[in-house]
Design a protein around this ligand. Structure first.
Ligand code: ATP
Length: 296
């Protein structure tokens, strides 16, 4: 619990820290189950497949360790099954916190999070997290083979399924360029993969897990443009037909989102499509857009 609580850097870093902490073991998701707060677990709805309708209704939240600061204030939005929702906003606005709440790392103070028309607290954690995948900014693989890292999302996956996931994630080509291919060792003692390659392994893992809800934390540090293109393509394949919550840092990748939420200091200040938000006079999104285009 302490290393989760100690992380202030958002979901990606939290995930990375957990992965670092467990090193070569495969207990990442067991540890994810150890929530930092004692959350009420009299939850019992076990369903095979969540269809991925997500709604935040007037959600307010403070971290238990910093009770005095309200990190989310009256946050309301709806994602229907299969939609892409992008969250943008300055550092510290609360973007990763939304992702943490969706994964139910904490209980909320006010409001409701609804998944498929039921309160999030009604689901057992395994059901809930079994239907979600995260692709963090900086993917840390555990010490083991590439194959084990991909199959982590589905331990009973067949060889053919693993190959197919790697292929769809644009990862097969580089994997097969290694002498030991899928059996190549990665992690601290193994081969060093680039950031883009690690992301594609994480995408393959998520494809294999086949979740209804995806949380993507877009990388801030830019990959080289070839790798960037391959990752982006793989993400498009992964998002197809799933509800995707994208913590976005570059506006170019979210133009086609069904809804963009602008989060500022814990509050949603703008909500709409790219075009709708560009039409808001003096809008934050509009200004961000102008800035990014001037820099490109
Ligand atoms: P960034 O773009 O920098 O990742 P963000 O928009 O994702 O930022 P959050 O990580 O959600 O922002 O953080 C929102 C606020 O909550 C910040 O003030 C942060 O310091 C605080 N915070 C984040 N995690 C914790 C935690 N585990 N305990 C206490 N406060 C936290």
């Amino acid at each position: 619990t302490t290393f989760i609580g100690a992380s202030f850097g958002g979901i990606a870093e939290m995930y990375a820290q957990i992965q670092k902490a467990v090193g070569a073991t495969e207990r990442v998701f067991e540890l994810l189950d150890e929530t930092p707060e004692k959350i009420n677990t009299n939850s019992s709805v076990v369903v095979e497949k969540i269809s991925g309708n997500v709604a935040f209704q007037n959600v307010s939240f403070s971290y238990p360790s910093r009770n005095e600061i309200q990190v989310l204030k009256d946050v309301t939005f709806t994602a229907t099954s299969g939609q892409k929702i992008a969250i943008v906003g300055p550092s510290g606005a609360g973007k990763s916190t939304i992702a943490s709440l969706l994964l139910r790392f904490y209980n909320i103070d006010n409001g409701e999070i609804i998944i498929d028309h039921k309160n999030i607290n009604a689901y057992d954690l395994e059901t809930l997290r079994g239907n979600m995948s995260i692709v963090p900014q900086d993917v840390i693989l555990f010490g083991g083979t590439i194959k084990e890292n991909i199959a982590y999302g589905k331990p009973d996956a067949t060889e053919a399924e693993i190959l197919q996931a790697a292929q769809q994630a644009n990862a097969l080509h580089f994997i097969e360029s290694f002498p030991e291919k899928m059996e190549t060792l990665v992690g601290e003692r193994g081969i060093k993969l680039s950031g883009g390659q690690r992301q594609r392994i994480a995408i393959a893992r998520a494809l294999l897990k086949n979740p209804s809800i995806l949380i993507l934390d877009e990388a801030t540090s830019s990959l080289d443009s070839e790798s960037e293109k391959l990752v982006q393509e793989a993400l498009e394949v992964l998002m197809e037909g799933r509800t995707s919550i994208i913590i976005a840092h570059r506006l170019a990748t979210i133009r086609n989102a069904d809804q963009i939420l602008v989060l500022d200091n814990g509050k949603i200040t703008e909500k709409g499509t790219h075009h709708e938000l560009l039409n808001l006079e003096n809008g934050i999104y509009k200004n961000l857009s102008l800035l990014q285009f001037n820099h490109n």
